[in-house]
Design a protein around this ligand. Structure first.
Ligand code: GTP
Ligand code: MG
Length: 270
C-alpha cells in the first residue's frame, strides 16, 4: 500500500482487477481511500471461470459503485480494445481538456492493482501482446512494482497483489482462500474445503453432485468422505485420506472443473 501511495502522483488512472467469482470480496475498499479522487476503473477478470448469468448481474451492480468493464483476458483478444476503450471513457474529461489546449494526453499512465492472483500481470501481458510479466497460478507471484510500456499511448505499472488489513468477517478470508488468493498455509485446508462444500451445496448443488457422482448431498463431512472414496483417496485400512481429498476438491474448484461458479450474490451478505 505504501509503494502504491508513492507512485500515485505519477499515474493518470488506477485499474483494480477483480476476480469475477468473488466480485464483492475482491474489491479492496482501502484502495479507494488511498487513491482519493484519482480515476478508478474496475475490471472483472476471470469471467470465463465465473457463472455467466452472475457476470451480467454483477456487472450492473458494480457499475453502481464505480465504472466497471467485464473482460475475459484468457480467451479472445477482443478484450484489449474493450479495455483501451474503458480507460479512455474513464479519462474522457482529462483527454478532452488536453486536446483543447493542444497538449497530448498520451501516454496514459495506469497503475494496476488488485488482490493476489486476480490476473493483473496476465492482463498486462495481454494488453502488451507479449509475455513481459511473470504470471503464475498462485498468490504472490509479483513481488515488486514494475513498469510495462504497451505503446506510445499506454504505460502500465504492475503491483504485487494486496489484501486489506482487516476482513469484514471471517467468511471473507475463507472465500479468498477458496479461490486461491490467500496462500494455503494461512487458513487450514480442511476449513477452506468444508466452506467450499457448504457454498456449493447452497449455490451449485447439481454441479457438485455431477462432478463427483454423488447420489445425494448430506452433511459436509459425509460429502467429503464420499468424494475421497470416489476418487480413490484411501490410506491403509480403507480409511479416507482427507488431506488428499481436500486437495483434489480445491484444485478442481479453483480451475472451474466443477463448473463456472460465482460465490457471492448481490444483496446477500456472506
Ligand atoms: N481462466 C482464467 N485464468 C486467468 C485469467 N487471468 C489470469 N488467469 C490465470 O490466473 C493466474 C494468476 O495470474 P497472474 O496474472 O499471475 O495474477 P496476478 O494478479 O498478477 O497475481 P500476483 O502477482 O500473485 O498478485 C495465472 O495462472 C493466469 O494464467 C482469466 O481471465 N481467466
Ligand atoms: Mg502479478
Amino acid at each position: 500500500m505504501r509503494q502504491m501511495r508513492e507512485k500515485l502522483n505519477l499515474v493518470d488512472i488506477v485499474i483494480e482487477v477483480l476476480d469475477s467469482r468473488v466480485p464483492y470480496s475482491s474489491i479492496n475498499h482501502s484502495i479507494k481511500e488511498l487513491i482519493g479522487n484519482k480515476p478508478l476503473l474496475f475490471v472483472m477478470n476471470k469471467s470465463d471461470m465465473a457463472d455467466p448469468e452472475q457476470n451480467e448481474i454483477w456487472l450492473k451492480e458494480l457499475n453502481k459503485i464505480n465504472y466497471t468493464v467485464l473482460i475475459d483476458s484468457i480467451n479472445g483478444k477482443g478484450n484489449i480494445s474493450s479495455m483501451e476503450k474503458a480507460i479512455e471513457t474513464v479519462l474522457k474529461d482529462k483527454i478532452e481538456k488536453a486536446n483543447k489546449i493542444g497538449k497530448s494526453p498520451y501516454p496514459i499512465k495506469t497503475m494496476v492493482v488488485g488482490i493476489p492472483n486476480s490476473g493483473k500481470s496476465t492482463l498486462m501481458n495481454n494488453l502488451a501482446r507479449r509475455k513481459a510479466m511473470e504470471t503464475g497460478d498462485r498468490p504472490g507471484v509479483t513481488k515488486n512494482q514494475q513498469y510495462l510500456k504497451v505503446s506510445d499511448k499506454l504505460i502500465l505499472l504492475d503491483n504485487p497483489g494486496v489484501l486489506w488489513p482487516k476482513f469484514e468477517n471471517q467468511n471473507q478470508g475463507k472465500l479468498l482462500s477458496l479461490i486461491g488468493s490467500i496462500k494455503d498455509d494461512i487458513v487450514p485446508i480442511n476449513v477452506i474445503a468444508e466452506y467450499g462444500i457448504e457454498l456449493l451445496k447452497e449455490l451449485y448443488p447439481n454441479e457438485l453432485k455431477e462432478r463427483f457422482k454423488l447420489e445425494s448431498l448430506g452433511n459436509t463431512e459425509d460429502i467429503l468422505n464420499e468424494i475421497g472414496k470416489k476418487r480413490g483417496c484411501l490410506i491403509r485400512g480403507g480409511e479416507i485420506d482427507l488431506d488428499k481429498t481436500y486437495d483434489i476438491f480445491l484444485r478442481e474448484l479453483r480451475s472451474a472443473k466443477i463448473g463456472r461458479m460465482t460465490f457471492e450474490r448481490v444483496n446477500k451478505p456472506l
